[in-house]
Ligand binder design. Structure first.
Ligand code: 5GP
Ligand code: ZN
Length: 108
């Protein structure tokens, strides 16, 4: 957990954010600057920076959460940015679930 991390603050409910899904280990909420008509962030409640630090229980929980939030979508794009080259802005592991428009490939 990090006291200055914006996603930790959201996970701790210190910032007013509409929660889309939540369980013991994960929380999902709308991205503040959506890049698609629906743009949801799925994060571990615990502050983790690297995918290698995800234990099996958390990995199950994260993919279950992604499954729940995407269940009524016709299709979606799942994105995880890691590090400088990927343009990661928030250093708390998170998955973007984006839907509601035609996506391009390859991504920019
Ligand atoms: P990254 O580039 O790190 O993969 O993406 C970070 C995402 O977090 C961006 O899409 C950005 O719009 C979103 N974001 C940053 N700060 C906040 C915030 O305070 N609230 C919410 N809901 N989303 C945020
Ligand atoms: Zn954090």
């Amino acid at each position: 957990m990090s006291s200055s991390c914006i996603f930790c603050k959201i996970a701790r409910k210190e910032i007013d954010t509409a929660v889309i899904y939540e369980d013991e280990l994960t929380i999902a909420f709308a991205d503040i600057a959506p890049q698609a008509p629906t743009h949801i962030l799925v994060i571990p409640k615990k502050h983790l920076e690297h995918i290698k630090d995800i234990k099996k229980d958390l990995s199950n929980a994260l993919f279950s959460a992604i499954n729940v939030v995407s269940q009524n979508m016709d299709g979606y794009r799942l994105v995880m940015n890691f590090g400088k080259d990927a343009g990661q802005a928030v250093p708390h592991l998170h998955f973007h679930v984006m839907s509601g428009r035609k996506m391009n490939w390859p991504p920019g």
